[in-house]
Design a protein around this ligand. Sequence first.
Ligand SMILES: Nc1ncnc2c1ncn2[C@@H]1O[C@H](COP(=O)(O)OP(=O)(O)OP(=O)(O)O)[C@@H](O)[C@H]1O
Length: 598
Amino acid sequence: MTDSDKLPGLLRTLAYTVRAAMRTDPKVAAGGLLLIPLGWVSGTLFGLWLKLLVDAVVGADQRGVIAACTLMVVTWVGGFMVGTFGRRFNETLQDKAGVNLEHELIHVAAGTHSIQYLELPRYVDRLDPLRKEAWIVHWTLEALAETLGAFAQAAFTIALLVSIHPALALLPAFGIPALLAARAAALREKRAEEGTAAHRRRQRHFVKLGTDSSPGKEIRVFGLERELVRLSRVEWSKEHAIQTRVAWKGTGWQVATSAFFAVGFVGVLVLVGLSVARGTATVGDLALALVLARTMSHNLGMVVGMTRWLVDCLATGQRFLWLVERGRAEEPAATAPVPARLKQGMVLKNLSFGYPGTDRVILDDVTLTLAAGSVVALVGENGAGKSTLVKLLCGMYEPTGGAVLVDGTDLRELDPREWRKRCTGAFQDHARLELQVRDAVTIGDLDRLGDRDAAEDSLAAAGAAELASTLPNGLDTQLGTTWPGGTDLSGGQWQKVALARGLMRDDPLLTVLDEPTASLDAQTEDALFARYAAEARRSRPSNGVTLLVSHRFSTVRAADHIVVLGHTGVLEQGSHDELIRRDGVYAELYHLQARGYR
Ligand SMILES: Nc1ncnc2c1ncn2[C@@H]1O[C@H](COP(=O)(O)OP(=O)(O)OP(=O)(O)O)[C@@H](O)[C@H]1O
């Protein structure tokens, strides 16, 4: 585990969460923190009023009886009111803080410059539970208020016990093992949850495969429903075995520590009983000691329960804060300005790369020039590293060796946000944004979000000029069948929407088209790419680079420069004619595909 993988401490997480709640609504947060503990303490006052009542009854003091009863009613109503108002405050706070935290989660998960938090298993396992449990974090303040209340009640109870007999101060010591056991159990459970996250994700993946429409055809053709159930059960069993073991261990400790407390409880009764018999304590004291010792067991149970709840909330908060801090650590220190226009282009200089946490070298000492204003095609067998190269060019990962230079400046020195603003593209695993068609397209250039003309132009440029007219509400059609009036698109149509989105930015320095046309037929892809190439060569002010990744050689031949990537490095590069003349790998694959089309 590296330093950056370490979770922040519990206290730091608590401070962060309290600050976040205070920022959300300081009055409501402070109200909850104050009133809930008051509600708790009022419960213990009952024991005191009971002692007064018993002593007044034994001493035949009528005014004392009425006073004690009045105090009981006032404490009861008052305690109920402050507790209820405090909880109401907390519920209001949870609503507001919950949505804020979820927004912060989107902000940090989608805003970190590196994409590793969404791709690398050890980070995905940490992020995955957070996606479903971000709301637990906003319970922290309520858990803190309840924990403070439980502690305040326990402290008040101890003070009253000491007032009867100083030795009774020892009673809580019998409860300390239970507290420690609860804390350890909560941490063990969280660790187990993190340790089993991969099994849980896989189990849910199999359920999703069995219930989603897109894999539905293959599942039926291959008759996979029993196999999916089996695979899901295997993963569930692994997760369940670990979690059950941890839960039973916690239960064992809980029983043992409760028995230890029972010994202390009996000791209180013996001590105060003997004092009453000797005449050094009153019957009221015995009644009070009985009530307090009983509430003490309940109090400590509550202190244990509430502490556990708080630690539980904080354990989720730790992951949340870890992600926030990772996001902050990635805040760009780089400030070199992004050029308005490329003069030389982009150069990969002795670039090497392996994914963090893995030993495999994906790119090894690659040197390559993507000239300004040129259209470069990248071809190579599956897994050669084409998409990896695209991610490096977009600054989503940093090279492990060498550099990506933009007009001679290391990409790491450029502000990544400014660099991304000048990149655009479409990807093989494009997002199916379930918005209205025009928004799904124009979101590619936020300054023109919703602009109908821009949406029409981009769709036309992506070869989908007719798409809107085939949809029930034209450009206003809601995409996605799970929404009211929503429509689904074919795979090729979704791809064209993604392409149109990628064509929204007017003057990018880098356009990456990473197999965005895999669902389209060869002629459509050829026509589209010819259009991009013409567009890119049209003397754009930015003089940007266009990089096309494709497996179709008929398409890539239109590029100015073709790079054939093999495992870890460049095998060949040059124009189509040069590579054909060389009669190497490219020529062989090109002729092979050309024969296939004949
Ligand atoms: N996030 C990741 N973590 C670890 N390894 C990865 C990750 N993404 C890709 N790889 C590995 O890097 C290698 C190159 O993958 P990449 O997606 O760049 O290949 P590609 O040339 O684009 O392949 P294809 O033509 O099939 O799309 C593959 O072996 C893949 O397993």
